[in-house]
Design a protein around this ligand. Structure first.
Ligand code: NPW
Ligand code: K
Length: 569
């Protein structure tokens, strides 16, 4: 189940399941509570005393309701449990209120529900487990007042992190984290949110579990099935949305009736018999003398990923330099844009990569223009993006066979308005009013679609999606969680976090290899969003399979091992 659902989409799915009568809100809450109890037992197995003690921090909404269900589940296992409630029991929504009442009906044996304040929390004897059931997907704004102090205390503001984090399980999301964006409303640094060892979310992961501060705050992430998979599939179809509008890749491998929408990676990567040119011919443009290394690295990656042939397009003075480096690569002299146009017009080149080490002079600007005028598959990275940022007529030539692979700095240069809104801590600046008006005018479905994406804050995923819609090309925005968006609105988050964290990938030249992998896949005929998705995945696979000590040069050499795993019968 690797569909990513925003908070609004999650509510939609829940409401749809309840509307058909197949489940009630109370049942879902009970399943959520049971799932958290099971995850706690699995996570802390063997570490707890015979009669463990838990403190449950319950919030004013249904996340708090889950907290009461968890309290009961732990109590039934013989735990000693205390619940501290933020707000009034009488103000809880109905399902949460019912859970509260069932807990309170246990009477003195369970102990009174105390109001949650910094003082009551500090007065509690230390617990073995703390359950953060304060806020889930309903956090709508920055925390304030006493609750902000409570969360700051839990987050370690007064040197208490060592006490809480190793014992903290967050229900759905760590409180203070916005489930849609991975940002912490009111605190760009992300310190004003609970830090957990374990986070248990329901049905589907949310974008905020992967983006921004999410992976840092969540600890380990468990996605619990609460029986909504069919309602989710039905709801997506009813809305006329592309199945799995936003996915996280690689898939998490949990039940999903729509699993078939995932690309068949082996099918896409395998090579059938045939002539080398039937597997595509990539051209990678290099920079001037002494600047060809980045492009050569990209070219090697394109070759490893299975492009039938790869040619380096070099300025005449740099041909010799590249010739002495790689035997399997062909060389072509590209003095200027006219020469590039001529090379592309021959019909053999099936994808072009420009950017790594290219340079940012007039010649290079003209090359970008010629590449875009060609109309074929073009990967634009690094200097090519910088050139487009400085020259609006170049960016205006982008089309749907283009793939842009900016890092955050390059993204900021090319899309300053979108990046500006992404940076702004004021949640009201999340939306692009012009795009809103556009959607309002188009159709009810477009309006609903827009509403389903709305959270309090903008995410890097939103930014990539907006940029792709704006420029008409696929955008891969690099980061630990890479966001890939097609102009159609379909998007993917590639997770290089949690069990796929690849810190050694932060090394010079790794981006050039990614560009080469993607270009090789474009050359093999894959559509830009698919090429981007597979390239991001294989890039991280290669880093993980090498491990510590990785340099960019090692990445193409790891590709055969990675391919062998995907292609194993
Ligand atoms: N959907 C599902 O499928 C399922 C959902 N389930 C569970 O329900 C959870 C969602 O519940 P939810 O919608 O009640 O939201 P929740 O996170 O409890 O917060 C809302 C409360 O917080 C308040 N509030 C918000 N921000 C605030 C702030 N800054 N400072 C102060 N107050 C603030 C807000 O007040 P208001 O904005 O209305 O003034 C409201 O009272 C979900 O995460 C999961 O755990 C599961 O049981 C099973 C299936
Ligand atoms: K929570």
């Amino acid at each position: 189940m690797s569909q990513l659902l925003t908070a609004a989409e999650m509510r939609d799915v829940e409401a749809a399941a309840i509307a058909t009568g197949e489940v009630t809100g109370a049942e879902l809450m009970a399943r959520a509570g049971a799932a958290v109890v099971a995850a706690i037992r699995a996570e802390w197995e063997g570490e707890l005393p015979t009669q463990p003690r838990a403190v449950v921090l319950a919030g004013p909404g249904n996340n708090g309701g889950d907290g009461f269900a968890i309290a009961r589940g732990l109590r039934d296992l013989g735990w000693s449990v205390r619940v501290l409630l933020a707000g009034q029991a009488g103000a809880l929504p109905p399902d949460a209120r019912a859970q509260h009442d069932r807990w309170a009906a246990g009477g003195a044996a369970r102990g009174a529900v105390l109001p949650l304040t910094l003082e009551t929390l500090r007065d509690e004897p230390a617990a073995d487990i703390y359950v953060d059931a304060l806020f889930g997907i309903g956090l709508g704004r920055p925390l304030g007042g006493d609750l902000a102090r409570v969360v700051a205390h839990l987050a370690g503001a007064d040197g208490t992190l060592g006490l809480y984090q190793p014992r903290m399980v967050a229900v759905d999301v760590p409180s203070g984290l916005d489930a849609d964006s991975g940002r912490v409303p009111g605190d760009p640094a992300g310190a004003a949110a609970v830090r957990a060892r374990l986070t248990v979310t329901f049905d589907s992961p949310k974008p905020g579990h992967y983006l921004g501060h999410g992976p840092d705050l969540c600890g380990r992430l468990v996605v619990a099935d609460i029986g909504l998979a069919h309602a989710r599939a039905r709801q997506g179809a009813a809305r006329g949305l592309a199945p799995a509008r936003t996915r996280v890749v690689p898939p998490l491998g949990i039940a999903d009736p729509r699993r078939s929408v995932w690309p068949d990676i082996a099918g896409l990567l395998t090579k059938r018999q045939g002539h080398k040119y039937q597997h595509g011919h990539a051209m990678v443009l290099t920079g001037g003398v002494g600047r060809g290394g980045a492009a050569r690295m990209a070219a090697k990656a394109a070759l490893r990923i299975g492009a039938g042939a790869v040619t380096l397009g070099c300025p005449p003075a740099a041909v010799l330099e590249s010739a002495s480096h790689v035997d399997a690569l062909m060389l072509h002299r590209v003095p200027d844009a006219a020469a590039l146009t001529e090379a592309l017009s021959g019909g053999r080149i099936t994808a072009l990569c420009l950017g790594p080490g290219l340079g940012t002079g007039e010649r290079e600007a003209a090359l970008v223009g010629a590449a875009l005028d060609w109309g074929g598959a073009v990967l634009l990275d690094a200097d090519a993006i910088t050139l487009m940022a400085g020259e609006a007529t170049l960016a205006a030539k982008l089309h749907d066979r283009c793939l842009l692979t900016p890092h955050p700095g390059e993204f900021r240069r090319l899309f300053p308005d979108i990046a500006g809104r992404l940076d702004d801590p004021d949640p009201s600046l999340r939306y692009d009013e012009a795009a809103d008006a556009d959607a309002q005018a188009r159709s009810r479905a477009a309006r609903e679609d827009l509403a389903a994406q709305r959270g309090p804050m903008m995410s890097t995923l939103d930014a990539a999606r907006e940029a792709a819609a704006h420029c008409g090309a696929t955008v891969l925005l690099k980061g630990p969680a890479t966001a890939i968006a097609a102009p159609s609105g379909a998007a993917v988050v590639h997770r290089a976090v949690y069990d796929r964290a690849a810190p050694w990938l932060a090394t010079a030249g790794a981006g050039d290899v990614l560009a080469g992998l993607a270009c090789g896949l474009l050359a093999r005929g894959l559509a830009p969003p698919v090429a981007a998705e597979l390239a991001a995945q294989i890039h991280v696979d290669a880093a993980l399979s090498f491990g510590p000590g990785l340099t960019a040069e090692d990445l193409p050499r790891q590709v055969p091992q990675v391919l062998a795993r995907y292609l194993a019968p």
